[in-house]
Write a protein that binds this ligand. Structure first.
Ligand SMILES: [Zn+2]
Length: 228
């Protein structure tokens, strides 16, 4: 899949070309996972048509960019779901760092909450919730797992290395638990199959029967996880 670099609002936007033999017309969609856009291209489409189409899409791309890259500051009164549990954001002037209170289901924010501190907290929660889950799946598969790391990679939800290291995006903690668990299963199954073969998907399905729905969820709503 080749990529088109499209300049928009002083940013280079990546648009992946995806030839689709069944497509009747050009269509563009946003993909948070790819940190850009995907252009479905029907057969026999010329570059001239593609450029004209993208020029027509410019206003829509500009509008969508804010969804892809807009970082939202959490404010008191707002609700944030973490691993499916809603937490009410409240202002706590006595704090210098945000903390989570499980008893009152509140996320206590200092008056000027640095985004970095909030991200550190969310990363910690992701580690606590998702690490045991991935380890259990690896155990079920009878696979050795060296380490689970948490990152904020804009382009992917998880990865698994040949050194048996799994990296997960801590933002998955903001997704419904079953979606986060699907990504854990997906990466753990890579310990067994380092590819996306039929055997790989069969094992994923055994452990996570509704995986197709979760994949769809990530495609459609993944960008919303980037906004905190
Ligand atoms: Zn994979």
């Amino acid at each position: 899949m080749s990529t088109i670099v499209f300049s928009c609002k002083e940013q280079d936007i990546l648009i992946k070309r995806k030839p689709n033999p069944r497509a009747k017309r050009l269509s563009l969609r946003m993909s948070a996972r790819d940190n850009g856009f995907i252009l479905a291209i029907p057969p026999r489409t010329t570059d001239f048509h593609i450029n004209a189409f993208l020029a027509r899409c410019r206003p829509w791309i500009e509008k969508s960019l804010s969804k892809l890259f807009h970082v939202k500051q959490l404010s008191p009164g707002e609700e944030l779901a973490l691993y499916g549990i809603p937490f009410q954001c409240i202002l706590d002037p006595l704090r210098r760092k945000p903390i989570l209170c499980a008893v009152t289901q509140t996320l206590r924010l200092p008056p000027q909450c640095p985004q970095k501190a909030l991200h550190e907290l969310l990363k910690k929660i992701a580690m606590e919730k998702l690490t045991p889950y991935v380890m259990t799946v690896a155990q079920i598969l009878g696979q050795h797992l060296e380490k689970v790391r948490f990152r904020d990679t804009k382009s992917r939800w998880g990865s698994c290395s040949a050194q048996k290291m799994i990296s997960l995006n801590w933002r998955l903690i903001l997704a419904p638990p079953e979606v986060a668990q699907y990504v854990c299963v997906h990466e753990a199954v890579h310990l067994l199959h380092m590819n996306h073969s039929k055997a790989f998907w069969k094992t994923v399905e055994e452990l996570c029967p509704a995986y197709k729905d979760h994949k769809k969820w990530l495609k459609a709503h993944g960008f919303s996880l980037m906004r905190v």
